[in-house]
Design a protein around this ligand. Structure first.
Ligand SMILES: *[C@@H]1O[C@H](CO)[C@@H](O)[C@H](O)[C@H]1NC(C)=O
Ligand SMILES: *[C@@H]1O[C@H](CO)[C@@H](O)[C@H](O)[C@H]1NC(C)=O
Ligand SMILES: *[C@@H]1O[C@H](CO)[C@@H](O)[C@H](O)[C@H]1NC(C)=O
Ligand SMILES: *[C@@H]1O[C@H](CO)[C@@H](O)[C@H](O)[C@H]1NC(C)=O
Ligand SMILES: *[C@@H]1O[C@H](CO)[C@@H](O)[C@H](O)[C@H]1NC(C)=O
Ligand SMILES: *[C@@H]1O[C@H](CO)[C@@H](O)[C@H](O)[C@H]1NC(C)=O
Ligand SMILES: *[C@@H]1O[C@H](CO)[C@@H](O)[C@H](O)[C@H]1NC(C)=O
Ligand SMILES: *[C@@H]1O[C@H](CO)[C@@H](O)[C@H](O)[C@H]1NC(C)=O
Length: 399
């Protein structure tokens, strides 16, 4: 019997949440990250040993023809991305990601609504992927707006899979991978227009789905919160609720990837003496609401901020003066990875590669690389029975 520290506690929280340990998926494990063109982290500086799959973000189809066209400057950037990665690790998988949070969702909804434009889009994505030597394609349509658009997504995925299979047969090459970045929950339950993803079609036609288990709280609401909290006793806006909603709707766990943000969300506190989780705020904090993980570390160091862990949500936060930042760090990522593994998920991905503390040994991504599928997590999950006495005190009983 032992009192537990934070890391041990969060594993217990996993067990406490009623999740039983499952053997890990047998499919190829995903330790992924999205990368976009940024001066601080050229592709040559990516520590490829930490990742199995890297996504080039983002490209868009032409908004009139719906054909994926790559400009010369993007072509140079893509070639540099693929060549740099392959020169370090010829086995690393690369995917071309189409869309993104800032893209115009009307382009996707219009394209997907018509069988001729779906075909133009699909054929052009396969051609571009093959021309550049990508291993796969990733759709980041944020988001289908209503049930009709979800139905169109279903059709798009079916036709995309058929075209990919046909391409593999005619080219004699392995089929391109097909994935998508999706909302944190299977249903848009926070929206007035309720709609759910076409899970059956996704299981059948996609290699996996990247669940964006983040952006759950931010300065758009005037209370501090965990941007990607695992749990929340008072709300369903959590990573665990979202992932369980996907699995509950039939998504195969081995096709589900948990997204982990390598950035924090920031607030300006209303009252510097009230600085806990849920404290009142008056708007965005440093970085206009967002700081990348390495910037959070810099901020904490430079301002001498207080760093705290919130056991209820399994998240980190720091505060200094009126500034408040909620984020994930190596400790909370340890918990998330244990949780992903306990559910039998395929793995995890980061948004985004270049936000990690790459100048100090990539501490977050390295944590994932070391821990996912590590026997010590499996042993821990299967060897303990735990008793939660009260919030911050846990008793561990060996089986
Ligand atoms: C297509 O994109 C261009 C350039 O961004 C924009 O000016 C135009 O209005 C868009 N057209 C449609 C149909 O969305
Ligand atoms: C793009 O590259 C092609 C082939 O190298 C060249 O023919 C074309 O002129 C270039 N286009 C632009 C806009 O620079
Ligand atoms: C579908 O797209 C094609 C090609 O752009 C166009 O000719 C046709 O009119 C569209 N059909 C409908 C019903 O919008
Ligand atoms: C839902 O509808 C209500 C009433 O029309 C409105 O006040 C609210 O802002 C809407 N919420 C969202 C998320 O659109
Ligand atoms: C969370 O969702 C479940 C159904 O999935 C519902 O029964 C419960 O009331 C919800 N809880 C909150 C706090 O919204
Ligand atoms: C947040 O607080 C600011 C300042 O008090 C106010 O202007 C804004 O409307 C509030 N936002 C929300 C979403 O309540
Ligand atoms: C700050 O963020 C808000 C909301 O995301 C955005 O509207 C605004 O343009 C941003 N301001 C700056 C200076 O980037
Ligand atoms: C941490 O802050 C101190 C000053 O408070 C500074 O001298 C030092 O360089 C900082 N270290 C890092 C890694 O940013």
């Amino acid at each position: 019997m032992a009192r537990l520290n934070f890391v041990q506690f969060i594993f217990l929280a996993i067990v406490y949440a009623g999740i039983t340990g499952k053997s890990p998926a047998t499919a190829e494990v995903m330790k992924g990250a999205y990368w976009f063109e940024q001066p601080l982290l050229p592709p040559s500086a990516i520590e490829t040993s930490l990742f199995s799959h890297l996504y080039y973000a983002f490209v868009m189809p032409n908004n009139v023809t719906f054909k994926l066209e790559i400009s010369n400057s993007t072509a140079t950037s893509i070639s540099n991305f693929i060549d740099s990665l392959h020169s370090k690790d010829p086995t690393i998988k690369t995917l071309l990601s189409i869309g993104g949070g800032d893209s115009d969702s009307l382009v996707f909804s219009t394209m997907a609504s018509n069988s001729s434009t779906r075909k133009i889009f699909i054929d052009s994505t396969i051609e571009v992927a093959r021309n550049f030597g990508f291993d796969g394609l990733d759709l980041d349509w944020e988001y289908p707006q209503n049930p009709k658009e979800m139905n169109d997504l279903d059709l798009l995925l079916k036709e995309w899979r058929l075209a990919i299979n046909l391409d593999a047969t005619t080219s004699g090459r392995p089929p391109l991978l097909l994935s998508a970045a999706v909302y944190f929950a299977v249903e848009f339950f926070l929206s007035n227009t309720s709609r759910s993803y076409p899970v059956a079609s996704m299981n059948q036609n996609m290699d996996w789905i990247n669940v964006m288990s983040y952006d759950l709280h931010g300065a758009w609401s005037n209370n501090t919160g965990a941007p990607a909290g695992l749990f929340d006793p008072k709300s369903n806006v959590t990573v665990i609720y979202g992932i369980q909603s996907w699995i509950g709707a039939g998504a195969l766990p081995e096709k589900v990837i948990m997204g982990i943000p390598l950035y924090g969300r920031t607030w300006t506190l209303k009252d510097t003496s009230v600085h806990g989780m849920g404290a009142q705020a008056v708007g965005a904090g440093p970085g206009n609401g967002t700081l990348q993980f390495f910037q959070v570390e810099q901020f904490n160091n430079d301002t001498g901020a207080t760093v705290a862990y919130d056991v209820n949500t399994v998240s980190a936060y720091s505060y200094s003066g009126t500034s408040w930042i909620g984020y994930d760090d190596p400790l909370t990522v340890t918990a998330k990875i244990g949780f992903a593994q306990a559910l039998g998920l395929r793995g995890y991905f980061f948004w985004a590669c270049g936000f990690d503390a790459f100048n100090s040994n990539w501490k977050v991504a390295r944590q994932g690389k070391i821990l996912f599928l590590s026997p010590c997590i499996n042993n821990f999950l299967s060897s303990v029975h735990c008793e939660l006495t009260h919030k911050s005190e846990v008793t561990l009983v060996k089986k």
